[in-house]
Design a protein around this ligand. Structure first.
Ligand SMILES: [Fe+2]
Ligand SMILES: [Fe+2]
Length: 470
């Protein structure tokens, strides 16, 4: 295993000590990062001790170390999965050749764009979530929020390391710009739209970590296939952290479902009891699923085709497929052309986005299946809306569709939107429930069930965030 240097200013397993120029460049970027964290990181909790896990090595058994730490003192480090000296390019025009240890000139711009786009989502999500602490349903949940936040900060470090190491001056400028853009800002927004949507209630946060962090998982899986080995190794380690973010979302929604179901079984009205009714949950699900589908890009994409052909970005778990070149045959793609749905046959490389998205949809359905098992006795079933529903990117953005995927007039869509998407009434209800934070150890807000177990074998009533000092 590559050795880990924890005592340095920037913990790392990339032997930063041996590369003075790079170390200096990153040490110069660090104060800007910390200033960004203080300005845009979790609002109001910077001085509190939080029970956090920190990456201290990359081997599966022992990479996470748990302790109390103030967030600005978190040890954001640079960790890459160990190199595999035998690794070969797994797809595209160069399949079978050795992977790249440097960035080939012809792919420099495209790789930089992929890394910047991924990197931009990391600080963006921290910005989106920065006020949530004030309405937390428990110390357990508050700690989970902060864990996700510091790890997104570390993911930013991971991408900035690549920019500084492999992209020279352009890379340094991009690393600066990652600290300048702001989620939701008019003049310098974050790159992708889902990361400009505000997240100021915990239901949205848990839907976001279920659906949007899951998009993150599939993007990282696709980049983990990259011929650019440093990118692949970076993403492979990020995936270990991403799994926890999806756990926070999926188990969080499950606990909301569980609480609502409890009330329904007692013959009570969840809305009147200060919980979240099933139909409201479905509307938040519809919204966050649809904006997350947009992150996969257009169904037919020449960019995706050239990323695939060039070996820059593959399909998640490329080894599952028989054909790694995608030269022969055609792939059927549904498109909206002049207002009509048609099926077209396209060159398979052009449909790579759709292939990645299909794997994502399957994974989302698995999450819903778990929620549905909790309410099977009540005859309730959560459903993924049609992939045509409420899209802003890709072929379906040009039309209006209901959640079943039926094409409808714009007027009908607008009139029925409150049935399908979070309305102002929903928003007011959800915010009303969360007006007061619950911060007594072991206590939980009325709208969510306690988790089955605590963090790292600690009890559920453990004081995960110490609010009384600082
Ligand atoms: Fe991330
Ligand atoms: Fe994440």
């Amino acid at each position: 295993m590559s050795s880990v240097s924890l005592n340095e200013k920037i913990p790392n397993n990339v032997d930063l000590a041996a590369d003075r120029r790079l170390r200096r460049a990153l040490e110069q970027w660090q104060p800007g990062f910390l200033a960004w964290w203080r300005e845009m990181g979790p609002d109001g909790f910077q001085a509190n001790d939080v029970y956090l896990r920190t990456a201290t090595s990359v081997d599966a058994s022992g990479w996470a170390h748990f302790d109390f730490v103030r967030m600005p003192d978190y040890r954001w480090g640079i960790f890459l999965a160990d190199p595999d000296p035998e690794r070969r390019i797994g797809f595209g025009d160069h399949v079978g050749e050795p992977v790249w240890t440097e960035v080939p000139g012809e792919h420099r711009n495209a790789l930089r764009r992929l890394i910047v786009t991924q990197g931009d989502t990391e600080p963006a999500s921290v910005e989106q979530q920065r006020r949530l602490g004030h309405s937390c349903p428990s110390l357990y949940d508050l700690r989970n929020l902060f864990q996700v936040n510091v790890e997104e900060g570390r993911h930013l470090w991971a991408m900035v390391y690549l920019l500084h190491t492999y992209f020279g001056r352009d890379g340094r400028e991009e690393a600066e710009a990652l600290l300048q853009r702001r989620s939701g800002s008019e003049d310098r927004p974050r790159i992708l739209q889902a990361f400009n949507e505000p997240i100021d209630d915990w239901l949205s946060f848990m839907m976001f970590t279920t659906f949007t962090d899951r998009d993150g998982k599939f993007q990282l899986l696709a980049l983990a296939e990259s011929s650019f080995d440093a990118l692949s190794r970076t993403c492979r380690f990020m995936l270990t952290e991403e799994a926890h973010h999806m756990f926070v979302g999926q188990s969080g929604v499950a606990r909301i479902v569980q609480r609502t179901a409890e009330l329904v079984r007692q013959g009570k009205d969840p809305r009147a009891e200060g919980a979240i009714p099933f139909d409201m949950l479905q509307r938040y699900l519809n919204f966050w699923y649809a904006v997350s589908l947009d992150l996969f890009g257009s169904e037919v994409s020449t960019n995706a085709a050239s990323y695939f052909g060039g070996g820059l970005k593959g399909r998640p778990k490329e080894e599952r497929f028989a054909d790694h070149v995608l030269f022969d045959g055609t792939t059927p793609v549904e498109l909206l052309e002049e207002g009509r749905l048609v099926e077209r046959q396209v060159a398979p490389r052009l449909a790579v986005n759709l292939e990645v998205r299909s794997a994502y949809v399957e994974d989302c359905q698995a999450a819903l299946d778990k929620w549905n098992r909790l309410v099977a006795d009540l005859g309730v079933e959560f459903r993924l809306p049609s992939q045509r529903f409420r899209r802003s990117v890709g072929t379906f953005a040009a039309g209006c569709f209901d959640p079943e995927g039926r094409q409808i007039a714009e007027e009908e869509f607008r009139r029925r939107a409150p049935e399908w998407l979070p309305s102002e009434v929903d928003d007011a209800h959800v915010h009303g429930l969360m007006a007061k934070p619950v911060t007594e150890p072991g206590k939980f807000a009325n709208w969510i069930a306690p988790p089955a177990r605590g963090v790292n074998a600690q009890p559920v009533e453990f004081e995960y965030v110490r609010l009384n000092e600082g």
